[in-house]
Design a protein around this ligand. Structure first.
Ligand SMILES: Cc1cc2nc3c(=O)[nH]c(=O)nc-3n(C[C@H](O)[C@H](O)[C@H](O)COP(=O)(O)OP(=O)(O)OC[C@H]3O[C@@H](n4cnc5c(N)ncnc54)[C@H](O)[C@@H]3O)c2cc1C
Length: 406
């Protein structure tokens, strides 16, 4: 008899893991508490997500080819994508998540509409984990209490992960992101047709950026900060609304949402035969706050490691087997996280450094490097001359903005 794997949560992470496991013929249970969940999110995805995860064109509402950076003094720099077939995809999460979940189910994952509220940890290396959940398949919110025994658990249940708590994975610092969905009059919406905006400045966030991202028929306007404080976040949101006021004129708020964004990985991401992936593990990058692709990718890598080390589900994996996923993850993306962390520390420090950051983004070589690394997640080293030019420009921008003053 083969192993049974439970994947808790069916956001981009959970469904991506379930897909790999089901395809390999492993008995897979995918838990989701809310099948029409619309995760609070900007919904921006890089091109490599579209190709690597076979996202069909109709899932992408808008194709952004111009990212406007706006400095504290309202200097605007357009970062344009030059190549015809390149873009940043803007999705509605309920649509993207629904698509990935349906695909995993079609490939053979057993989808359970249930809220997992407890994970019983076995006392031996071979005994099963017991999942306690409320089954909502009767349509009720409270659901019917049930249990399921499994051999392996993947925690893909987001920033407030129950699975992480059950395995005492430890806490991480998190930012709070706040977002308003605003429906604009038609003539105002035209401006955001293939354009997104990023605002920086103390008035919109002390340590992050604020955004206006186009959605299907409205825009998402939001901001985030690590210095979590309810009153403060409202003030910052008022800041971005004021900065973008002219462009949002006549808009109507249709939804207000807030959610934590993990700042770094949890102290433990694997314990026994349980692995955390996506936001539950803490895979969002600094600077950009990007999490969809990294959630899906970490989950895929984890599931592939399970398929490989268990010979497609023929034996139980050990903690060391699951740790292999983390080793591979850190090897592939460790540098990306480091660079983006550094970028955030250097450039989001003060209005002077932010001013320098926006000035730097005016450079075509910087734009190409930034877009290539965002769209394809490969840090392609520029040729040495270009790299020297970029370094000199960076230092020049920082000096001009008096940004290096202590
Ligand atoms: C305001 C905001 C804007 C953002 N903008 C962007 C952006 O533009 N681009 C980007 O790449 N990233 C963005 N992010 C980050 C991104 O949203 C996350 O990194 C991403 O959703 C992580 O995916 P995940 O599958 O790990 O977790 P989630 O998307 O949180 O999915 C977890 C799933 O588990 C389910 N679940 C939770 N608990 C249980 C339980 N106990 N039982 C059963 N099911 C459960 C939930 O219903 C949910 O469906 C943003 C985040 C915020 C807050």
């Amino acid at each position: 008899m083969g192993i049974r794997v439970a994947v808790v949560g069916s956001g981009p992470a959970g469904s991506s893991a379930a897909e790999v496991l089901a395809k390999a013929g492993i008995e897979t249970y995918l838990f989701e508490r809310k099948l029409d969940n619309a995760k609070p999110c900007g919904g921006a995805i890089p091109l490599c997500m579209v190709s690597e995860f076979d996202i069909p064109p109709e899932i992408v509402d808008r194709r952004v080819r111009n990212m406007k950076m706006i400095s504290p003094s309202n200097r605007e720099v357009d970062i344009r994508i030059v190549k015809e077939d390149e873009y940043i995809g803007m999705c509605r999460r309920e649509v993207l998540d629904g698509f990935l979940r349906d695909r995993a189910e079609k490939l053979g994952a057993n989808l359970i509409n249930g809220t997992v509220h407890k994970l019983e940890i076995p006392t031996s290396d071979t005994a099963p984990y017991v999942i306690h959940y409320a089954d909502h398949s009767d349509g009720s919110l409270t659901g019917e209490n049930k249990t399921l025994k499994v051999d392996v658990v993947i925690g893909a249940d987001g920033a407030n992960s129950r699975v992480a708590k059950a395995i005492e994975a430890g806490d991480y610092n998190y930012a709070i992101a706040f977002q308003e969905r605003i429906r604009l009059p038609e003539d105002k919406m035209v401006y955001y047709n293939d354009l997104a905006e990023m605002y920086v400045g103390d008035d919109v966030s002390p340590d992050f950026y604020a955004w206006v991202f186009p959605k299907y028929d409205h825009v998402a306007v939001g901001t985030g900060t690590m210095r979590v404080n309810q009153a403060k976040i409202k003030k910052l949101q008022a800041g971005i609304r004021a900065r973008a006021a002219r462009r949002l004129e006549g808009g109507e708020i249709i939804k207000v949402e807030a959610h934590p964004i993990p700042e770094h990985p949890r102290p433990r991401r694997v314990r026994g035969r349980v692995a955390l992936v996506g936001d539950a593990a803490g895979t969002v990058t600094k600077s950009s706050g990007e999490g969809i692709y990294f959630a899906a990718k970490s989950a895929r890598m984890c599931a592939e490691t399970i398929v490989e080390t268990t010979n497609a589900g023929q034996k139980l994996p050990t903690e060391a087997d699951l740790n292999l996923y983390l080793k591979r993850w850190d090897k592939q993306y460790g540098m990306t996280y480091l660079v983006l962390d550094l970028l955030q520390r250097v450039f989001y420090r003060s209005d002077a450094t932010r001013e320098a950051f926006v000035e730097m983004c005016d450079d075509k070589d910087v734009q190409k490097l930034t877009f290539d690394s965002y769209l394809y997640k490969t840090v392609v080293p520029a040729n040495p001359l270009v790299q020297m030019k970029i370094t000199a420009k960076t230092i020049g921008s920082l000096l001009r903005g008096n940004a290096l003053a202590p």
